[in-house]
Structures are given as C-alpha cells and as structure tokens.
Design a binder for this molecule. Structure first.
Ligand SMILES: [Zn+2]
Length: 299
C-alpha cells in the first residue's frame, strides 16, 4: 500500500490531465499560490485472486467527488468530512475467476478547480487453494429434479441481491466479525462433495455453537432473508457501493427484508440449516457481484 498525490507523478500512477483542465488547474494553482488541489490516493499495487482491497482518497476542503471504473463497473463516490479535509473510500476486489494479469483502475477526481483524471495499475496474482472433501447427504449433492425450480428461484434471488450497486456508501470501518469463532474452512477451498467437484468455497466458515449471535458486518439494508435449499436460513445485507454480505446456515433470522441494520447488530443465530456437516456461520462478502475473501477485513 503506497500513498500518492494525484498531481505528483508517483511510481505506479499515470496522471493524465486534459489539456484544458491542465491549463485551468495550473492557472488556478499559480493564482492562489498554494497546493489545496492535492488529492491523495491510497491503493495497492498487487492483489491476489479472490482478494478485496480498499482505495482511499483524501483531499482538501474543496475535494468533492470521485468517479471511478474498475473491471467494467462504474462507481461514484461523494467526499465527506474527514479528520483533515475531505475523504472518500471504496471497497473493490477480484474474484476467483479473474484471470491473473494487470488491471487498470481509472477515474476522475473533482475539486473546485476542476476534474483530474487518474489511472492506477493493479497486478492480480495467482494464489493456490487447497482441496477440501466433504460428506453430506446424497440429496444435498444431487437434489431431486422436482426441487430444481425452487433451487433456481433461490439462486436468482441471491444473484439479484449480490449484484446490487447502491450508489451510496453505508459501510464504515472498522468492520465487525459476525461471530468470534475461528475459521473452520477458509475462502477459496477447491471443494468436493461426496467426491464430486463443486464450486469453490466462496466465503469463510466461522466456528460457533448453535444459537450463537450473528452480527452485521457493517451498516446496511437487509435485501434478502429466507430459507434456501442449499444455504438454509439466509440473510443478505447491502452495505452500499456494491458491497453485499451473506450469512447462511442460520438457525434463526432476527431481521426482515427492508430493515436497516447497524454494524454489530445481532441479525440471527448460528445454525446447521442447508448443506452443512455441522453448525457454523458461512460468511460471504461480495464486491460488485464478485465473491472475495472477507478475512483480511476482519482482523
Ligand atoms: Zn462455507
């Protein structure tokens, strides 16, 4: 993680100002004789596949907003009052299906002086994930054909919840670990149920006895709550700007769709509903519709 000033040509950053904007900014800076147009960006140069990352912007009082593009998604951030001046933040990531390579984060920072274009390259590198072999009941690996409409309907509802990109940020740091228990299954495990290959593990399993309180990762809105075939009793919370969390296999759901929740609020209880081998919380974090490893944000 490194810090750069947009108007300083730091390593890893390409600063491109349009000719007119450049002229305006130069004139203004000269006329006012100080550097109040400086907006700093903090972003990683390298991330592993399946990893989330934070990008932070901090600037002076006239720093207004950021529009940015990451992996074909466009997001708008409004700068808010920070410890010094104004700041904005966004949580981005790459899922397990993103091919390793270099991806460019691009955007525009707006201040009272005008718009400043930026670009930052992020190297996405390979990570190795171990295999995991699990035994579950036969109908949890090969459900009866009569269950397919239900399973398909639940899959579509979950997809719709995960792909929400609410143009406001509700989340704040620090993030809350939904249950205190240690990790029993890490993100990214290559999974075999009864020796049949299935999708990799797209969340973390946290240990917790049946009935343990499950807390919201951050502020947000409950956008889906129900009892699903594979996931069991499930809650999805939209934290804004494309960040959605998933809490599944619950024994109890204590919120309803449409409820606003605050970080750390008890939303349900650990259980063993759906396709499980015992009670635990499966906690999923989705960024712009991509599953990422929540663990780096919980410690
Ligand atoms: Zn899990």
């Amino acid at each position: 993680m490194r810090r750069y000033g947009i108007k300083r040509l730091g390593a890893g950053w390409v600063v491109a100002l349009g000719m007119l904007l450049f002229a305006l900014a130069a004139v203004t800076a000269h006329a006012q004789g100080h550097v109040h147009t400086q907006v700093h960006i903090q972003a990683p140069d390298r991330v592993g596949v399946g990893m989330p990352f934070l990008v932070r912007f901090s600037g002076p009082e006239d720093f207004q907003s950021v529009s940015l593009r990451w992996l074909d998604n466009d997001l708008g951030l409004v700068a808010t009052k920070g410890e010094q001046g104004r700041e904005a933040a966004v949580l981005l990531g790459v899922d397990l299906e993103t091919p390793p390579g270099t991806y460019r984060l691009t955007g525009t920072v707006s201040t009272a002086e005008g718009q400043h274009v930026f670009a930052h390259d992020v190297l996405v590198h390979v990570r190795e994930f171990p295999e995991q072999r699990l035994r579950v009941s036969r109908e949890m690996v090969s459900p009866d054909a009569s269950l397919m409409p239900r399973i398909e309907q639940e899959r579509r509802a979950a997809r719709a919840a995960l792909e929400r990109v609410t143009p406001m940020r509700y989340w704040e740091q620090p993030f809350v670990r939904p249950v205190q228990g240690s990790v029993s299954s890490a993100f990214g495990l290559r999974r075999f149920f009864n020796d049949q290959p299935r999708a990799p593990h797209r969340g973390v399993d946290l240990r917790g006895a049946e009935g343990t309180s499950v807390r919201a990762f951050s502020n947000g809105e409950v956008v889906l709550a129900g009892d699903h075939y594979f996931a069991g009793r499930s809650i999805y919370i939209d934290h804004g700007l494309g960040v959605v969390t998933q809490y599944i296999h619950l024994s109890e759901i204590l919120v309803q769709e449409g409820d606003r929740v605050v970080a750390g609020q008890v939303i349900g209880k650990v259980g063993a509903t759906g396709r499980v081998t015992g009670p635990h919380l499966h906690f999923g974090l989705s960024v712009l519709g991509m599953w990422v490893d929540p663990l780096p944000l919980l410690e």
